[in-house]
Design a protein around this ligand. Sequence first.
Ligand code: FAD
Ligand code: MLT
Ligand code: ZN
Length: 476
Amino acid sequence: MSDFVDKLHAIVGERGLITDAQGQHPYLTDWRDNYLGTALAIVRPATTEEVAAVVKLCAALRVAIVPQGGNTGMVGGGTPHENGHEIVLSLNRMNRILEVDEIGYSMTVEAGVVLKTIQETAARHDRLFPLSLAAEGSCTIGGNLSTNAGGVQVLHYGNARQLVLGLEVVTPHGEIWNGLRALKKDNTGYDLRDLYLGAEGTLGIVTKAVLKLWPKPKDVATSWIAVPSPEAAVTLLSGAHAASEDNVTSCELMSRQGIDLVLKHIPGAADPLAERHDWYVLLEWSSTRARRAGANETGLSEKMEGYLGEALEKGLVLDAALAQNETQARAFWGLRENHSEAQKREGPSIKHDVSVSVSKIPAFMKEGLLAMKKALPECRPVPFGHVGDGNIHFNCQSPPGWDKKRFMAHSEAISAAVYDIVVAHGGSISAEHGIGQLKVDELAHYRSRIELDTMRAIKRALDPQNIMNPGKVIRV
Ligand code: FAD
Ligand code: MLT
Ligand code: ZN
């Protein structure tokens, strides 16, 4: 195999290759420390042509490739297996913004650009790239597109699939497909772009993308709201669409258990309200209509305040704090965005990234919480997430003092109980994180034969040697 590594070296050079154990380690494990693999090498090409040459070499030798971006995925999709027969192909050197088209509201980027850099670049051009999630400081656009990432503004702007116009992809044969078209309309046969979005690196390697941009919001209102129940949360959201004149950009639900974990583990976190409540909503409205200084007109904050006042009278709201400035809004967001980090610091947890239609959230939550407790009475449910998309992270924290092994022995029973309820409500067992290696069996169990056969047929047609992230998403 050293001959193979020499050939890789000839393609990507010294900077593009990591072969020592210490340097490889961060690429071999995942954010949650659930998986640890091994690899023949970590390969970091600097250009699409280098990616294509590496894939051609691997195809000739039937060496499997695990594409990797920021390695923030939640389902082990970017982690190699333990067999040591794979390479990790990291896109983290391909991190250039190639073009910002202000007139056409688009941006062309390489796959390894960190999401936050894209957001900041858009903002400098008075534009918005609306994909936003807690991992935005380290996840890459290639990973976002390959997982069809969701985040906190999907209810207004859509998920990653809706934010992209064109792609460049290196196929499993090492060919370069140039689909970098900035077209809003293109009905020329099957949509190849949509195949690669959400494919988790199993069909090819995304090397570049043309992203859509939006006008930058000029007026933003953010509230931290205590509500009596998830039912009140969805009713509050339902009315907010009209009350905000269709400007609801985020609606996140949290429980007291989650807030307590954030307050315990995240330095500087503070509860915005004086009393403790069981459920919270973070509601954000954004508009591109700027408030004119000194003008006597109602901005989004006043509108939101009025709406929350009415909701208080109806019993939908128990208490609320409206952010008075950006610092306060950021503090509210910190309480929400630090849930995953706080859960990680608290100890082992089981994640259920599920979705049902928004109106079914209350029934699902009620049944799901009972089922979780029945499966393991000592467990600590930590449900939170994107209630505006019907996407709840129906997570389960280990009982205090339990080690990972003892807790994970119950994971199959807990997850099956939760997923059966999700599916009974017509929902999805993976709303935004994908399948990776974590949910391969669940996908096989819950999707229909025709869906699985079609997915397998696509995988075999595009990657006949099964070298592109094998064992992830679907077994062939
Ligand atoms: P990686 O983790 O490196 O890879 C993810 C998958 O994509 C793997 O299967 C990998 O093989 C493949 N891949 C990566 N790059 C490419 C490429 N260029 N071409 C082909 N395949 C590729 N996700 C959400 O959807 N919504 C959230 O709100 C959210 N919140 C998060 C919060 C935290 C704190 C963390 C740690 C994660 C969160 N995630 C969330 C999950 C994760 O951040 C997203 O899935 C993100 O899109 C992954 O990007 P990445 O660059 O880290 O990809
Ligand atoms: C988030 O929305 O913060 C993450 O997707 C949730 C998680 O870590 O379960
Ligand atoms: Zn999420």
